[in-house]
Design a binder for this molecule. Structure first.
Ligand SMILES: [Zn+2]
Length: 478
């Protein structure tokens, strides 16, 4: 509406101007360098107006011509980019869906359409990996590792590959490089720590552990426990190197940081006893018995107490069990000591206490074998020993050091799982599969001063018919 009014107004003005020009004729003459122009005023004004309009139209045309190729090119580029991103997205979806052919098809398309290697290289590597072509994936990861903006991603890919093919040296080298690049990355720091621990680089692992704790990538409790475990491994190395002072220092540190670590407490107590500090050693073991009773603690306790006879053994076990009287391990230690002192009634009472617990709680097998030994020792009822052993054969598995990651069960604690290689995962618990352990005697039975060695080793396998017909798997090594 407004436009129409404006148009009408302009048209009116133009008509008025034309009428005015025809009504007021006049002439204009100009002379310039010998040329002479003579015309009416109306014609001159019309001529000037025509030239102005033509110039405006020409300028517009030139602008249009100049801009068009650029806008065509940019529209083409935009379309290409859009198709490239589409291919990239579809490729990523195919990777997530586990479709190698689709992933490879789209990754190649994205590579052609998008000139952005950081984006497409990762997809290409993943697509190659999905298709089982580790070699091609490695080439992509290597190319990524060479570019500053994708170095970390490339290293991560190479590191995963090295871990998958269990190439620990290469993995360690890559983890170090990735850690220098991104020390705050939890994945990298944890992987570096695990690799250092698996390679026995206790000092390096300690440094990484400190850093993990400082950056709060692991909680304080875990960091302290790891510190203790690493100190214990350092102590073992000191022992192998023949450096008793360093071994003792590291054992102290291990016990302070990881008081629950049974082998550290036992070894520390052993060295203290050897150094004439049996009382302090016994104190350490009594404390360890509260947090986690274990047969090795009981054995070392007899040593710390200087026990040389069966009655001394009973007294020592009574003292140790006092700190954790309800625990099945306390009853078993007392039963074992009573058995070796030929106190049949007392041994039975403690074993019955263990067997009263529902399913024996991982202690039934040992209790039943001890019961058979009691029966055998007393000799009053020969058939009973066999009955107890038959029951023991079908009882659940005995407690062992069980890997909390893969379920691997071993008799001797180690810093890394012998099956899956994970650091500090062994817990004293019932294994997931049956694995009857042979009954073990207490340590003092073979000590010097024991006047009747054979009688002392009552619970040893020598005096018991071995349950050969159990059909269970063989005992794990170490
Ligand atoms: Zn494991």
């Amino acid at each position: 509406m407004l436009r129409a009014i404006r148009f009408l107004v302009i048209l009116g003005l133009l008509i008025a101007a034309a009428l005015w020009l025809t009504d007021s004729p006049g002439s204009i003459s100009a002379e310039w360098r010998g040329y002479r122009i003579e015309t009416s005023a109306a014609l001159l004004i019309a001529g000037v107006a025509l030239i102005a309009v033509a110039a405006a139209v020409a300028y517009r045309g030139w602008l249009f011509l100049r801009r068009t190729p650029g806008s065509i090119a940019s529209a083409w580029r935009e379309r290409r980019r859009r198709r490239g991103y589409e291919a990239l997205t579809r490729g990523m979806v195919a990777v997530a869906a586990g479709d190698p052919q689709e992933a490879q098809k789209h990754s190649k398309r994205a590579e052609v359409l998008l000139n952005e290697p950081p984006l497409t290289m990762l997809l290409s590597a993943q697509a190659a990996q999905l298709g089982g072509d580790e070699k091609a994936a490695e080439e992509f990861f290597k190319a990524m590792a060479d570019r500053p903006e994708t170095e970390f991603l490339g290293l991560r890919g190479l590191l995963s590959q090295a871990l998958n093919r269990q190439d620990k040296d290469r993995a360690l080298e890559l983890a170090r490089r990735a850690y220098r690049l991104r020390p705050a990355s939890e994945w990298v720091a944890t992987t570096l720590f695990d690799l250092q621990a698996q390679s026995g680089l206790w000092l390096d692992a300690s440094v990484t552990n400190e850093e993990l704790g400082r950056r709060r990538l692991v909680d304080r409790k875990t960091a302290d426990r790891r510190k203790g475990v690493l100190a214990f491994e350092q102590a073992r190395k000191d022992h192998a190197d023949g450096d008793p002072a360093a071994e003792f220092k590291h054992l102290r540190q291990a016990h302070d940081m990881a008081p629950d670590l049974v082998p550290a407490a036992v070894r520390l107590a052993h060295l203290m006893t050897a150094d004439g500090k049996g009382r302090r050693a016994a104190g350490i073991l009594e404390k360890a018995w509260i947090s986690g009773p274990h047969p090795e603690i009981a054995r070392e306790y007899l040593n710390a107490k200087g026990v040389t006879d069966a009655l001394g053994g009973v007294k020592a076990m009574e003292k140790l069990a006092k700190s954790n009287p309800e625990h099945a391990e306390s009853h078993l230690a007392l039963a074992q000591a009573a058995l070796e002192a030929e106190l049949w009634g007392e041994a039975r009472t403690h074993l019955e206490a263990v067997l009263d617990a529902p399913d024996g709680g991982g202690y039934a097998g040992r209790a039943l074998r001890l019961m058979a030994a009691v029966e055998d020792g007393e000799g009053a009822n020969p058939g009973m020993a066999r009955d107890w052993l038959m029951r023991a054969a079908t009882a659940g598995p005995d407690k062992a050091w069980v890997c909390t990651t893969c379920g691997n069960a071993v008799a001797t604690w180690a810093v890394t799982c012998s099956n899956c290689g994970t650091f500090d995962v062994y817990a004293w618990r019932t294994p997931p599969h049956a694995e009857p352990l042979a009954p073990q005697g207490l340590a003092w039975s073979g000590l010097p001063g024991d006047d009747d060695g054979a009688a002392g080793a009552v619970s040893g396998t020598a005096r018991l018919p071995a349950p050969k017909d159990t059909g269970g798997p063989p005992e794990t090594g170490g």
